[in-house]
Design a protein around this ligand. Structure first.
Ligand SMILES: Nc1ncnc2c1ncn2[C@@H]1O[C@H](COP(=O)(O)OP(=O)(O)OP(=O)(O)O)[C@@H](O)[C@H]1O
Length: 809
């Protein structure tokens, strides 16, 4: 991997206290964090005890980082490996395990043997606390057992923010609240009895837990922080905090407490707020670094290029961010810049039921096995139960798979990995299936309450964004039943209906936008929706002009006539003939029955080359031999009527042949090449020459003066603009030199001629074109066609009207 300039600069930056590295998903934040370690060890850890700590958010990410190191075998990496093993100057740890060690010391110091509470004891404790506190707070509706989840969540939030007194709680902006239950307590107003009651409830709840020998996880964090402040066992000269946007205030303050600030020390926050998916996080909610005592002005670096995913996947994922003002307006928001890594756009599939989704996953995996290892594939869902469903489906079909174990994940095992959206943070796989992107699942509406649904939407949207940006190469997204509202936020043009196919997923079209309505029997039919979608795709994606499409195209099959839903015609040798037949069924109807019909239509028509059958969900494309092909053939220029006309012009001024092309609809744009040369000829100016009429190259006819049509030719080809005109040839007496009936000659008006000139001669008020030859006092007018005899005339009977200076062959 060749690091970019900014990545290199960050890795090699001279440590000078706090700094921030912001970056978009896949921009190399983790890569930079990890590669900075050997640099710090080598150059900025010279004193005994100097050390480096890399903190990650979760265990999977921690193991992933370690795994990445074992995998890479380049020279620098080996050096790093040896550094890692040599001594204890470096520690890579999760924030939880670091804090837990301090909690143990806290317990020892206080001679207490607290255990971390489980969910059951917490719910029991909150029930008792509600009962007790509500006596003193009559009329505070929130103190009800039905709000237990909400209240526990609020207590956890208070502790996460390290709010230790009521006054602070009464006055703090409550950002990022979730309740965890469907029913919804009212807004928690500042300086209210409700807040006072909750604070009291927290104290009571803690006492009840403590009485049973428990502290909850967030209290454990506070105890660890207190221990680190008072008795920091080991301080670190350099701390790098990956995914720092997800940490709570207590966790951040804890890290500050174990940071040893001295000359050339550093604490580097690595963050991407678009990936902040935890409601209790501190910085991810848009709070400035000054709230934790750091002023980041002039101390932040930005990485904008997403190296992980293809341009197509990045663009599709970014649609979600575009919809979210809260994310875009965040001070630390970084807009991704695309790198040119082309690949397939994400594939979006809709399914009626779980079984169909599973069958699709199984059949795709079967295909993918040709190009990928099973360990390259990861299936991701919002909830663990959904992952377990897929796991059991894969197991029943004997497809090796495993739910990624947080503690000892085996990234290499030849098994498909299954993981929740929360745990896939920081990881990446070549192929990702995001399954069950269904209504109520994402956003998880169970988390909604009355006043902060947009906050929850924002968090859930980021979760989907995180999931989408984990894919290196291929991303599948699927829905069972009603799709998540986030799917609509992704531009349909950024999605595809299947692999290696340009067709975009079905989208309904409003009746006023229907095409070819004069050919439709029933505008309201369900089939018409599908037909109009395919018509739009044929035009917009595959480039077929609307006027080549015919609806209800008749096909004669023995004695009966069938009607194909859409026939796409093409021009073949300037003749229209059907090329594609499309049969459509109503949405989700299935394509089996239609396929047989399509095949019979194709057999009955000898011209058609391809057939398509679709019900908006499934699509099958077959060729003439009834073989399945992946994509609909695109419209080719030679399928269309010729727009350009090319003639050969023979210029009698220099005796050279030119290829002369012009647009049929705009004959002023011309293209001229010397014949047999591809190179266009530059000419200084062009001029419009009127077609003055016909000239019979056989029997002479009258030259008239009505100029309706023109030729555009280079000025260099003529003698004088005002004396030049063109005539259409109606006879064949000059065919021997290539002046055929129907072609045109360019004439310079003059009344003299030299021997050998081709002239327009007026004889008895009629024009004729002949070769001029003066013989004494008679003129010979010679045809270039052995069928015609020369005409001999007295010189006074012949009037020369002009000389041919060139002609189109
Ligand atoms: N300069 C580079 N050239 C090529 N690949 C790179 C470069 N920098 C990073 N990558 C690759 O891009 C992918 C993403 O890198 P990394 O995981 O460090 O990004 P990140 O910013 O931490 O992502 P996220 O925040 O989404 O977890 C990795 O596969 C990494 O190897």
């Amino acid at each position: 991997m060749k690091l970019n300039m900014e990545q290199k600069r960050i890795i090699e930056l001279e440590p000078s206290g706090h700094m921030l590295v912001k970056g978009v998903a896949g921009s190399g934040k983790t890569t930079v964090s990890v590669k900075r370690i050997p640099h710090l060890l080598r150059h900025y850890c010279s004193e005994p005890g100097d050390n480096v700590l890399l903190v990650t958010f979760n265990k999977t990410l921690l193991n992933y980082i370690k795994y990445q190191y074992n995998k890479v075998e380049d020279e620098g990496q080996m050096e790093f490996e040896s550094l890692m093993n040599k001594d204890k100057e470096i520690e890579i740890s999760t924030i939880d395990s670091l804090m837990f060690k301090y909690f143990i010391q806290y317990k020892k110091r206080n001679k207490a043997n607290y255990k971390i509470s489980d969910k059951y004891s917490e719910f029991q404790a909150i029930g008792q606390a509600i009962e007790s506190v509500s006596k003193d707070y009559e009329g505070i509706k929130i103190l009800s057992p039905k709000n237990s989840s909400f209240l526990i969540d609020e207590i956890n939030w208070i502790k996460s923010c390290n709010i230790v007194d009521l006054d602070t709680y009464q006055n703090i902006d409550r950002i990022g609240r979730m309740n965890g239950v469907g029913n919804t307590p009212q807004k928690l107003l500042k300086n209210s009895d409700t807040r006072a009651a909750i604070f009291e409830l927290m104290n009571c709840y803690d006492k009840i837990l403590l009485h049973k020998g428990f502290v909850d996880f967030k209290t454990m964090n506070i105890m660890a922080y207190e221990q680190a402040q008072l008795y920091p066992q080991k301080k670190f000269k350099h701390i790098i905090i990956d995914e720092s946007q997800d940490l709570t205030r207590v966790q951040l303050e804890f890290l500050k407490a174990i940071y040893s600030e001295k000359k050339y020390s550093s604490i580097m926050f690595v963050a991407d707020n678009t990936q902040s998916i935890y409601s209790h996080s501190w910085l991810g909610k848009g709070r400035p670094f000054t709230t934790i005592g750091f002023d980041m002005s002039g101390k932040s670096r930005i990485l904008t290029k997403n190296y992980r995913t293809t341009t197509q996947i990045s663009s599709a994922a970014y649609n979600l961010i575009e919809q979210d003002d809260a994310i875009k307006n965040n001070v630390d928001f970084v807009k991704p810049s695309l790198i040119d890594r082309q690949g397939s756009p994400p594939i979006y599939k809709y399914f009626k039921d779980q079984q169909n989704q599973l069958s699709f996953i199984l059949s795709e995996i079967e295909e993918l096995r040709n190009d990928y290892n099973l360990s390259d594939i990861c299936i991701v869902a919002r909830e663990i139960r959904l992952i377990e469903n897929i796991e059991s489906g894969l197991n029943s079909s004997n497809v090796p798979c495993e739910i990624l174990n947080q503690n000892e994940p085996d990234f290499d095992s030849d098994k498909i990995k299954l993981v929740t959206m929360h745990s896939i943070k920081g990881l990446e796989f070549k192929v990702i299936f995001l399954v069950n992107l269904d209504e109520n699942i994402i956003p998880n509406t169970k988390l909604y309450n009355s006043d902060d649904t947009s906050q929850i939407d924002s968090e859930e949207r980021k979760l989907l964004y995180v999931g989408m940006t984990r894919a290196n190469e291929l991303l599948y997204m699927s829905t069972v039943g009603k799709p998540s509202k986030f799917i609509k936020e992704i531009d349909n043009a950024d999605l595809r209906i299947k692999r290696d196919c340009s067709l975009r997923p079905f989208q309904s079209i409003a009746i006023p936008d229907y095409k070819l309505t004069n050919q439709i029997y029933d505008l309201n039919s369900k089939e018409e929706l599908i037909r109009q979608w395919i018509i739009r795709e044929l035009i917009e994606v595959y480039g077929y002009p609307l006027d080549l499409l015919i609806l209800e195209y008749p096909v004669q099959n023995f004695s009966s006539t069938g009607y194909v839903d859409i026939a796409v015609n093409i021009f073949f040798n300037n003749e229209l003939r059907p090329y594609l037949f499309v049969e459509t069924k109503k949405f989700g109807y299935g394509i089996e029955s239609g396929l047989e019909q399509l095949k019979s239509y194709m057999e009955a028509n000898k011209d058609v080359r391809y057939g398509i059958i679709t019900d908006g969900l499934e699509i099958l494309i077959i060729n003439r031999n009834q073989e399945v092909i992946q994509d609909i053939p695109k419209c080719q220029p030679n399928f269309l009527p010729e727009k350009k006309e090319t003639k050969v012009y023979f210029n009698l001024k220099n005796n050279r042949n030119y290829s002369y092309s012009f647009e049929k609809e705009d004959n002023e744009s011309i293209d001229i090449c010397e014949l047999d040369s591809e190179l266009s000829i530059e000419y200084s100016d062009s001029i419009k020459i009127p077609i003055a009429g016909d000239v019979a190259a056989g029997a002479p006819i009258l030259v008239n003066n009505e100029y309706h049509q023109f030729f555009t030719i280079p000025k260099e080809w003529i003698i004088s603009p005002n004396d030049t005109f063109a005539l259409r040839v109606t006879g064949d007496s000059m065919s021997g030199i290539g002046i055929e009936k129907g072609s045109h000659v360019i004439v310079h008006r003059q009344n003299t001629a030299s021997n050998g000139d081709i002239v327009i001669a007026i004889i008895e008020q009629e024009a004729t074109m002949k070769k001029f030859m003066l013989m004494g006092d008679t003129v010979l007018l010679i045809s270039e066609n052995p069928n015609y005899e020369p005409i001999q005339m007295k010189i006074e009977d012949v009037m020369i009207n002009g000389k041919v200076i060139g002609y189109f062959k």
